[in-house]
Design a protein around this ligand. Structure first.
Ligand SMILES: Cc1ncc(COP(=O)(O)O)c(C=O)c1O
Length: 481
């Protein structure tokens, strides 16, 4: 157990001066301190050091106020009818669609914006409707979220081949040679989909966005999962050009939860075949004329049932909020804080010279986002219990996250868990049903620790936040397990 850690504010002022000398660009982002005080005051009132932005972004209180004011001023009914209440909702829904297009530079003649419940909902729309057939392929990087991994079940059902491109253990980046050779395999004429995250939600690795154009030139459709990337990086879809981009709005600006988007190239969208129809998606259907139905063209044909028409105006408000701050400013803020955090953490050593921090993923600042996945090691090089660390952090008011973050590929490579190790968990005779049971089996049989602590930064992260985490980490120095 770590020693209690004292008042970190003692050294913070000097540390911040040193930080500003090392990373002067942070000084350009002081408007975010004012914003935090004015609009996110609850963080400091509650003494919360929030380091789980990749889990969920935080909203500014003004966003919620503006949304509630709007709901209080207008009578809003179910859209797509001709009453004033209905028309008012339709207008706000279309305003949100236009705001999404503007924010991500997804011109209307090229891209359709489809509202979903979250990133997962957007991915499922693609998976269930993509024309996976024998001779087709689903190629994906190891470091995808499970909601992208899950599309392989649709691919297999359709008869398409599924292939993963691994990440390297040293830095959890993709083996580009392997990727190039997988992309270059000649196609059979059947459709082929390549999926990767713009940023790994485990390691923070940012893959080259140029892969989109390269893969498309070789005849692939490309699904770019932007859920972890979009909150702190400018994303220009016209420039990058993916066939499908997916994201959740709560990760960008905290509120509302329950709304995401599939932003899809119109020409690629046209080849998706929805497996069903439903209210909202169907222009007309018949009970008597057997099998008769016509899907609504465009986005509506993919929006099942009634969309969240009261929540969608909050998406417009959230995007305006980010526009008023500036994505480049947010990016500068989190990049400088990440750089400092990396430098500080890797410099920590026990009295015997052994490193305290084992980082999974790149330790440099190139092509990486504001996510750090790590273990803390004792002087003998064994990891401290990850769940205990999360609890201790929580008691110190620091919100982090543990587990594999629904990213089993990065987790398996980071912790050197082999196919054979994992197969132990899938043996019927073991009857495992939970991740924790699976982790215990791996740990007991192999001695490997398949659990990780993740810290992630966002919109109103501050130097005090990262300094507090480093101070917390230092409390483990020379600590017995
Ligand atoms: C890269 C990535 N993809 C997909 C998802 C799934 O997002 P949601 O749970 O909002 O559907 C996440 C969530 O953390 C993510 O980080």
């Amino acid at each position: 157990m770590a020693q209690a850690f004292g008042d970190e504010s003692l050294g913070r002022i000097a540390a911040e001066q040193d930080f500003l000398r090392r990373l002067p660009a942070y000084a350009q982002t002081t408007s975010l301190d004012d914003l935090r005080a004015a609009d996110y005051g609850r963080l400091d009132r509650c003494g919360c050091t929030y380091l789980d932005y990749t889990g969920g972004g935080l909203f500014g209180e003004s966003q919620v106020r503006r949304h509630h004011e709007l709901l209080g001023e207008r009578v809003l009914g179910n859209p797509h009818s001709h009453s004033l209440a209905s028309l008012a909702s339709t207008e706000l829904v279309e305003e949100a669609r236009a705001a999404v297009r503007r924010f991500f530079n997804a011109p209307e003649d090229e891209y359709e914006v489809i509202f979903t419940a979250n990133t997962t909902g957007a991915l499922k729309l693609v998976g269930e409707a993509y024309p996976f057939v024998r001779g087709g392929r689903y190629l994906l990087s190891y470091d995808n979220h499970n909601s992208v991994n899950g599309i392989r079940e649709f691919a297999r059902r359709g008869g398409a081949a599924v292939e993963y491109v691994p990440v390297r253990r040293s830095d959890l980046r993709l083996d580009e040679k392997r990727l190039r050779s997988a992309l270059s395999v000649p196609g059979s004429g059947a459709d082929r989909l390549f999926a990767y995250p713009a940023q790994s939600n485990f390691s923070g690795v940012q893959h080259p966005l140029e892969w989109v154009a390269q893969a498309r030139d070789l005849g692939w459709d490309v699904l770019l999962d932007c859920a972890a990337y979009a909150p702190t990086n400018r994303l220009d879809l016209q420039a990058v050009g993916p066939d499908f981009a997916t994201l959740s709005f709560y990760k960008l600006f905290g509120y509302p939860t329950g709304i995401g988007a599939l932003i899809a190239r119109r020409d690629t969208l046209a080849k998706l075949r929805r497996p069903w129809f439903a209210g909202g998606t169907v222009a007309f259907a018949s009970v008597r004329a057997k099998g008769g139905y016509r899907l609504t063209p465009g986005a509506s044909g993919f929006e099942d049932g009634t969309i969240d028409y009261l929540g969608l105006p909050a998406v417009t408000i959230g995007l305006r909020h980010l526009e008023s701050i500036g994505m480049d400013l947010i990016h500068t803020r989190v990049s400088t804080l990440t750089a400092w955090l990396l430098e500080e953490l890797v410099s920590l050593h026990h009295g015997n010279g052994a490193p305290l921090v084992c980082l999974f993923g790149p330790s440099d600042t190139q092509r990486r986002g504001a996510i750090l996945a790590l273990h803390l090691l004792d002087p003998a090089g064994r990891p401290y219990d990850v769940d205990e660390m999360e609890k201790a952090a929580s008691q110190a008011g620091i919100a982090t996250r543990t587990g594999c973050f629904c990213n089993p590929g990065d987790g398996e490579v980071a912790h050197d868990i082999s196919r054979e190790d994992m197969e132990l968990c899938f043996r019927e005779s073991r009857g495992l049903t939970t991740l924790v049971e699976c982790q215990h089996v791996i740990e007991d049989t192999t001695g490997k620790v398949p659990n990780t602590l993740r810290v992630s930064l966002g919109l109103v992260s501050s130097f005090a936040d990262v300094h507090r985490f480093v101070t917390f980490t230092k409390s483990y120095l020379d600590c017995p397990r």
